[in-house]
Structures are given as C-alpha cells and as structure tokens.
Design a protein around this ligand. Sequence first.
Ligand code: NAD
Length: 440
Amino acid sequence: MIVTMRISVIGTGYLGAVHAVGMAELGYTVVGIDVDAEKVAALARGEAPFYEPGLDELLAKHAGTGRLTFTTDFAAAAGADVHFVCVGTPQRRDGLAADMRYVEAAVDSLAPHLDAACLVVGKSTVPVGTAVALADRLAKTAPVGAGAELAWNPEFLREGFAVEDTLHPDRLVFGVTSDDAERKLREVYAQTIADGTPVIVSDLPTAELVKVSANAFLATKISFINAMAEIAEVAGADVTKLADAIGHDARIGRKFLNAGIGFGGGCLPKDIRAFMARAGELGASHSLAFLAEIDAINLRRRQYVVDLTRDLVGGSVANRRIAVLGAAFKPHSDDVRDSPALNIAGQLHLQGARVSVYDPKATDNARKVFPTLPYADSAVEACRDASVVLHLTEWQEFRELDPAELAGIVETPVVVDGRNCLDADAWRAAGWTYRGLGRP
Ligand code: NAD
C-alpha cells in the first residue's frame, strides 16, 4: 500500500466530508475542498458541520496530524494523485432531472490545477453518460499533456452509518477506461479490498447505472410495501405481519420492507426522478415509467397521515395541538432534505394546526428550511396538551418514551405511529388510541 498517496476530495458535504475522513483513516494525506467557506472553517477546526455518528471522533483524530486539511482554494488540489468529486447533484428546480451545475463547476475549477498525471474519480450520483461527457470536458480544460484521467466510483453509504459504510463498504464499483485507472483505484482501496470487500470493475456508464439502479430498487421495495399497506388499510389486514411473512423468503428478504410514511432525504427521491428524466432523454421512458408510480405511492403516504390526523381530530386540524416527533428524514441523521416528517408537519401547520416539532438532532436544520414551524426542546414538551401525537422519525429516544407518563400530559391520548415501530400493546395498555399505518 502506498501510504504517502495524496488525495483531494472536492465537495465536503454528507458524502465528501466522510470520504475525506475515511481516506485519512486509510493513511493518506487528504485535502478537502468546498466552496462553502463556513463548512470548510468548521471542518478545519475539527468540527463536523452536520451530525453523523463517529465523524467528530475521526475528524478530531486526523485534523491535528496535519494530514487532513480543508480549504476553499482549489490550488491545494495540485499534485494529488487522486481527486474524488463529491459535490451535490440535487433535483433541478424546473423539472425532474439532476442539476449538474455543481459537478461541472467542480471539474472546471479543478482542471487548471491538474498539471501532473492523476485520476479524477466521480463519486456523486449522476445521470448515466455524465462521466464520458466529463472526461471530454477534462481533456479540453486540464493543462495539455498533463495526463488527467477520469473514473467513476459511485458511493453507497447510508447517512447515520456513513463512517462505518465508508470504512467497510458492501462492495466497491470501479468504472474505468484503462488498466492504469483500475490499478490506481485498487491502490487507494488496498486496505478495504484486503478486508474482503468485493470489487466490481466496469465501464463508465455501467458504474453510473449501478448507483441509480440500486436506489431505484430500494425505493421500489419501500413503495411496494407501502402499496401493501394501502391494501391492508382497506382490507383490514396487518402489513407488518405480511412483511414478516414474505420477508422470510430469502429471495425477498425482510430489510427495507417497513411500511410507514415512506422514503425521503437527499438521495432516493431525487435519484429516481433524475433516473426517469435521463431514461426519457435516452428514448427509454417506458423502461422506467414504473418509477413514477413508486414516487406517487411514496408521496401518498405523507398525504395519508395528514388526512388521518384531520379525521382523528374530527375533520379540521385548525387550532388543534399536534405533536410531531421527528424532523430528520431518518434517525441517526440531522438531514431534513425532502423529509416526510417535516413535510407532514408543514402541511398540518399550513392547515392551521398548532404543531410542535421535536427532533433530537435535526431541529436546527429544520428551522432553516421551515422557520415558521414551532419547535420544542423535548419530546415531552412537544406532546404537552396535544390532541394527536405523530411519531414520524424512528429515533430510539421515541421508542423509549413512557406512554403512561405522556398520557398524563396530552389533551387526548391518540398516537399515529408513522414508522410502525412503537410498542402498540404498551401504548394501548396506557390508555392510548394507537394507529399504525397499514394495520388494523
Ligand atoms: P451535500 O449537499 O451535503 O454536499 C455537497 C457539497 O458540495 C456541499 O458542501 C457544497 O458546498 C459542495 N459544492 C457545491 N458546488 C461545489 C463546487 N463547485 N466545488 C466544490 N464544492 C462544491 O450533498 P451530499 O449528500 O454529500 O451528496 C453529494 C453527492 O453524493 C450527491 O450526488 C449525492 O446524490 C451523492 N450521495 C450522497 C449520499 C448521502 O447519503 N448523502 C450517499 C451516496 C451518494
């Protein structure tokens, strides 16, 4: 292993910051570069600019050594052997496609500094065909004869487990156009590969497609079980038992079969939409037409909870106190991008409800996105005098709430378990009307 390898990481958000730290943990000299000066300053002080378990500890471990630095200056990337592009690819404002401005800008800012042979490795999630176009762009913008080559190494980390997933991924995918690029990537990940992580080597478009098809499959699995929840609701069946039963079939598997308020976050929703948009550009809309239904099922679950809440308080939420437990799109994260919990809280607020939102980690981010929502400092405070309690992000803290204690402080003991993971029997025994999703 070449321990002296120099790495640059362009874009230090949820993906890039963790990747930079992971590369430092592998023993490399790493510079993280971002256009967000505040984020860079926090990282340079050894502070994670967002909540991700284990990140603070690794930042503190490496920031002091001088081997992990952060800057806004792209010149600092000069001389690195490998440059990982980790910038955002959000949904465009004017449609379903991915906004590629950040990736293009990152490559354009990096290119003038690539004056020696190196590998530029895309990690962002992009529409298939991006890598080939970027290779062309790089050839035109990098100094003549420099020998900068492009590869694609999509990232599969889960927020909340990002450090663990970065250090011990399920698999590595190397999209390359030369043996030299493959060799360099194998060097970068030598330790990870030695630990037993499988490697799939492919061309550039396949590597790009692996990522978006993985996310399309995961989204499909969640929307499948949520469609079953819709059927269970009208048939009087229990989707959680159904999921347990079909999940025992190894071909199906129990993971990602939890019915609830659906998926959100900065990846699955925008990735399936961008995938559909790209298929359309390629003349293959029909192949991914089903993803429109996956998206629609997902969004219906949010609406279902809003409608259910209205029904539970007698037809109008105006002036009713609604406790919302959770704002992050998932537990162990402070990420509120396209969060189903925050969306439901927002809809109820706009219908005149007196919403009170509590999240153990995501309140600051939620405030930035939805400043007019009232936020509480604790679950108990959020629940005080509530007509309905909505459990929308499955933080462990909410599972540990004492239903008997809460019953004493709410106005009406009615709980909607949007994640189907509270102990229904315990809540009912404490006097609560318990409503799960897709359950009688
Ligand atoms: P993010 O918004 O947290 O981070 C993106 C970062 O890029 C920001 O810090 C932003 O300031 C920076 N940036 C934007 N333009 C730049 C430029 N021109 N030069 C340098 N930096 C620039 O987003 P994220 O969640 O880290 O996602 C990044 C990419 O990784 C996306 O394509 C996403 O789909 C993909 N991805 C994310 C995850 C995840 O769980 N978050 C997992 C796998 C893949």
